[in-house]
Design a protein around this ligand. Structure first.
Ligand code: PHE
Length: 371
């Protein structure tokens, strides 16, 4: 039954209280039933309408008929009731306030804002970005390739013949169940970023200058200096008449940019199947300045030698160019150099971190130091 204003037979405090309560509950009930703008208009009109709205009726009926002694008390009561009804009607909105927000969503601009921590670059990513940037400034562009690689790109086209012992130097994680495929199509987790050298040469003719950042995997048990997943930055430069002098000049410049202009570089003979000749590049220890000592203590990062091994490099082996000869890399016409370094190892050295595992455990207390 819809609420109607009844005359009051009794103007006692209890009777006024109960009549006012009934009126408020009715208004609340009708407010809850309002669904759309049309409902809202009817609702307002029914309660606040000047001519015959419920408040007008209450004014007319309850006050007019009140016995003289009760007039004052009834007046106060009716005013309270009118204020409450006005409040209820005014607060009623269809589906929230004008902005469309419900009460729960409404923003209280007097409250302090939400604090959203912006995070920081991971030290390995930071190191990678800095090194990549140095080569970009020399005109290198960034190339990337898949982490799940075929035997062909990871080994064969890099001049590791099937069953060659050089494959043992990179303890490989193979994808299971590949025996049905021909050996060169079998999948593995790339052990280095070098396969992207081949992939890029297949697509882009010389001259070529690229840096290749990315993750690599090896079947090494984790310890303070090993992780089954780590990061490399590879470089490849191919053109006519590229010499070992270009290799040395480029890497020496890059190391001075990265570690500071006082570091020296040193190249020592090494072996990689895909470069000939090959070298390991050392930089003079940027911690002890090359002296091998820190005050009266021995310098640990360089093992007191004054030199730190940073990367492997060499002149691209002509056998590698044979695999991409049809893409414009005729070993009689072009030459090039390549290098590859471990971004994690360089980050460890640069920031004086003594355990590579710290980079991959995701402990914010550790990572916050780069924020
Ligand atoms: N791919 C080699 C490694 O992971 C590094 C390397 C890259 C060496 C390019 C020479 C040239 O050990």
């Amino acid at each position: 039954m819809a609420y109607t204003v009844q005359r009051l037979a009794d103007y006692s405090e209890a009777a006024l209280e109960s009549a006012a309560g009934e009126c408020i509950r009715a208004c609340e009930g009708e407010a809850a039933a309002v669904r759309d703008e049309a409902d809202l208009k009817d609702f307002r009109n029914r309660w606040l309408g000047r001519k015959n709205g419920i408040l007008t009726q209450i004014n007319d009926q309850w006050l007019k008929d009140a016995p003289k002694e009760a007039k004052r008390e009834a007046g106060i009561r009716v005013n309270e009731l009118k204020a409450r009804i006005n409040e209820l009607v005014e607060a009623k909105k269809v589906g929230g306030d004008e902005s469309g927000a419900s009460a729960a969503e409404r923003v209280d601009i007097s409250l302090p804002g939400l604090h959203r921590p912006i995070g920081a670059e991971h030290p390995v990513v930071k190191t990678t970005n800095e090194l990549v940037r140095i080569f970009q400034k020399l005109g290198y562009s960034v190339a990337e390739g898949p982490v799940i690689e075929t035997d062909y790109y990871n080994f064969e086209a890099l001049n590791f013949p099937p069953n060659h012992p050089a494959r043992d130097t990179q303890d490989t994680l193979f994808i299971a169940g590949q025996q049905v495929k021909p050996p060169r199509e079998r999948l593995l987790l790339r052990t280095h970023t070098s396969p992207v050298q081949i992939r890029t040469m297949e697509k882009m003719p010389p001259p070529l200058r690229i840096v290749i950042p990315g993750t690599v995997h090896r079947n090494d048990p984790p310890d303070a200096s090993h992780s089954p997943m780590f990061h490399q930055i590879e470089g490849l430069c191919v053109d006519t008449n590229i010499t070992f002098g270009d290799l040395k000049g480029t890497l020496d410049h890059a190391m001075k940019e990265f570690f500071g202009s006082s570091v020296k570089t040193s190249f020592r003979p090494s072996f990689f199947p895909f470069t000939e000749p090959s070298a390991e590049m050392y930089v003079s220890c940027f911690i002890c300045g090359g002296s091998g000592r820190r005050g009266s203590d021995p310098c640990r990062p360089c093992k007191q030698t004054g030199w730190i091994e940073i990367l492997g490099c060499g002149m691209v082996d002509p056998n590698v160019f044979e695999f991409v000869k049809d893409s414009g890399y005729d070993p009689k016409r072009v030459s090039g150099f390549a290098f590859g370094m471990g971004a994690d190892r360089i980050a460890l050295l640069k920031y004086g971190v003594d355990d590579i595992q710290l980079f991959f455990q995701g402990d914010v207390r550790f990572l916050r130091q780069w924020a």
